[in-house]
Each structure stands twice: as C-alpha cells, then as structure tokens.
Design a protein around this ligand. Sequence first.
Ligand code: AHR
Length: 308
Amino acid sequence: ALNEQETIDLPPDTGRPLVIGFSQVGSESAWRAANTKSIKEAAKQANVELLFEDAQQKQENQIRAIRSFISRKVDVIGFSPVVESGWGEVLKEAKDAGIPVIITDRSVEVADSSLYITLIGSNFKEEGRKAGKYVLDKMRLVRGPIHIAEIQGTLNSAPAIDRKKGFEEVIRGNHAMNIVASDTGDFTRESGKAIMTRYLQKYGRDIQVLYSHNDDMAFGAIEAIEEAGLRPGKDIVIVSVDGGREAFQAMLLGKLNCTVECNPLLGPQLIQAAKEVVAGHTLPKRIVTREGVFTKGTAAREIENRKY
Ligand code: AHR
C-alpha cells in the first residue's frame, strides 16, 4: 500500500473535508521547509483541511499542539516528533479520544506501539551506514589514522541517534578510522558553523573528514573551514545527509564530497495514509521512503531532477 502509483478506495463522501492536525518540528533546515511545503500542498490538492502548527524545535509546543487537536476533535493527528522520548502520555490521550495518530519523519520511543498507527519516513540508521561506507571508500588509499569530526543533529532526536549509530557500525571494523570530535548541533547552519569553528581551533589541520548529520550544518561548517583558510571538500572530506539542491550546488563547486539522500516529500503519503485510516484500512506499522547517495561525480547529472 501507499506507493505513489497506487490508488485506494476513498472513504464515503461525508460532505465535509477530512481534518488533519499536524505538529511540525520547526523550520530549522531547508529539508524542513521542503517537508512543510510538501504537506501543505498535498493537503490542498486533496481538499483536506490542515491545522498546521510549527513547534520551533520544542517538545512542549508539540504536546500543546497535539492536545489542542484533540480538543478540536480532528479526524487524524500527524506529527514529526522533535525528540524520541516523552510521548506516551499525550499519545494515550489521543488514543482515548479515538483519534488516530500518524507519525512522519522521526520515530518515537513508546512502550505501547498501538499508540500510533504508522510511521512514514526514512531509515536514518541506513543513512548513517551509507555515509560511513562513503568515507571508507573515499579514504581507502589514505594512510591512517584518519581523524573524523562529527556534527550531530538535535540531542535525543531519532535522526541524530540513528545516523550516529549507523555510521559507527560501518567504520568500527576499520581501526584506522577515529572519531576525534562529536558534538550536537540542532540541524541549523549556525550550529554547524559554531561547532566546526571550535573543532578547527582545537584540532586545526588534523581533521581529515567531517560527517555532518544534515546539509545545513555542513554548509555552516564549510563557512568555518573557509574562514580558517582551509579548502572544504579537499583539505577536509565532507559528507552530509539530506541531498537538497544546495548540497548539489556545493558538490559541483567541489566544497562538499557526498550527500546521502533523506527525502522530505512526505506530504502525499501522509494524506493518503490519513484517508486510508479513516476509511478503516489497516496500514503497515512502518512505511519507509526510498533514497540514494550522491557524490560530486553524479551531482551534475542529478541536479536538474532535484525537487527540493
Ligand atoms: O528529521 C529529518 C532531519 O531534520 C533532516 O535531516 C534535517 O535536515 C531536519 O532538520
């Protein structure tokens, strides 16, 4: 179910549009902007009434928004959880009110998985593995030890936890690879720049690889590297996650070496899942988006196909 090509039986026309309350993480990155646009456009196209709330990267704002959706008796609640834990109580409130919850993008850690219907989004651990494989391949002819700096996403968020785990899993077997620095940003360009500035002050030219958990933080780091008089993409190999258009431009300029795709265009799948659940269909617990890896070598060919 839920491939974009597939059609579904729609619920009987009740004469009123479906109402979805959606609590978004924030507007921290280009990825997030594309995700928000996709959700709003898909709702509009499907004639769905969307109550949209931006939580500004704060869990308490998301909990408040979900409670307000419950009291407004929406048909479906959607949300992308800023962090993994701390959702049990509010999800129980939604369940008790009989409102199905669809999670998009980031996962939650709950003891009772019946508190939500499905999670639509990427496999972040796999993204971390893909980044790790790229680094192993790119550095295979360089004599170790290889010093890697990591800029993690938001503390306790699913993408930060899993992108770190997946990356470490892959490089662990190669003893030349050492993560010498790892700090949490919040997926913004500013945090990427601030963290990379600190790394460069401490380690200078000793850093050979930068693994950034998203494109925006990599762009901030690129600025810091240039300000320190080094060449991003050459003196420091940089791999990031998201695969937005700006990452392709940076690869064409030789400043970024690789971006692992994380597709933000989840709107059509969210709306379709909401319609299906209201129509009484059973959905798979996990709907994973399909994604690739792009390097400087494939950037020119792919850039025109980028939709975000
Ligand atoms: O949850 C997905 C992540 O959140 C994206 O990689 C990042 O850019 C965004 O802010």
